[in-house]
Write a protein that binds this ligand. Sequence first.
Ligand code: SAH
Length: 357
Amino acid sequence: MLVSHELTPKRVHAWVAAHGYPAYRATQILSWAYRRRAASFAAMSDLPHALRDALAADFTLPGLTPTVVAHARDDTRKLLFRLDDQAAIEAVLIPDPPRLTLCISSQAGCGMGCRFCATARLGLLRNLTPVEIVGQVLAAQDQLRPDERISNIVFMGMGEPLANYDAVVQAIEILTADWGLAISARRITVSTVGLVPAMEKLVRETSVNLAVSLSGTTDGERVRLMPINRRYPLEQLLGMCRALPIPQRRRITFEYVMLAGVNDSLDDAVRLARLLHGIRSKVNLIPFNPFPGAGFVGSPPETIVRFQQRLLEAGINATIRRSRGRDIQAACGQLALAGAPAAHEPAASRDLQLSQL
Ligand code: SAH
């Protein structure tokens, strides 16, 4: 499997030491691979020839090639990748001038089972490796027009990033390093269903932003939507958020998918405000993006606005997420079409949807 040939900082440093080269060679190699995007090891012109040959024998250069790039009417672009073992993942480029956000996947499929999410229907196929995560960013950069530059990266694609913790943290290291993509950690957001111990670790070990998918205001309500709430109920989750050492001027984002008649009452808004009391937070209300067989209906726009209004009155910073890329199934919770078929979905209908891209 290619994984053992991956050019991660950990492996390169260990390899360089084991081969008797000075440590600075590792940084040089990583910089050629990630910052300068060398096309081959042979092209790493300031390395000794013997070192270049040895590297070529033991490593592969990072990079993923999208199999399809779908373009939405609103200029959102979805990149589909088929990995070596045929697992499929997606990344989405979302222009919102002056920002250009890239939404990336951390797993093929997802094991969290959120009822309103299409990716959950796939189940967990496998974790992505650090270089597969970074490879999505490199591939997206290759798609940019000359005047474009990725300004923000969000781990909000397929998968639960904190269930693939080590790979995600290694990917963040490559994305933020000077020898790597040199993207500021302040412009990277990791979104989680609320894996409490890993959230604490992430805040300690990196300085990326944290987003928590909440979508319910009582344990009973949330557990029906997000089974993870059985393991980490609201009190534990929000208690941890309250205790996290979030730097000044930063906030935890709470995502809340608006489902008609399920979690969108004004009582919910009042409870949500109470739950978030004392946490430096902002709420992002997400209009539900439908997918075949979802079994939920999105809250009407006026309900979402009223809900937001109630939060604002309670002193909670709240915004409504504008849905992007719906016509290419690239919106929140719709990433799944390139993956394995959902149990109830025949392969033929999946192919049809793919060819419609
Ligand atoms: N597993 C992580 C990362 C994925 S982020 C997490 O859940 O936070 C994807 C976001 O889209 C989450 O906030 C999720 O609640 C939301 N989402 C899932 N399905 C959706 C749907 N059908 N419509 C709108 N938002 C959805």
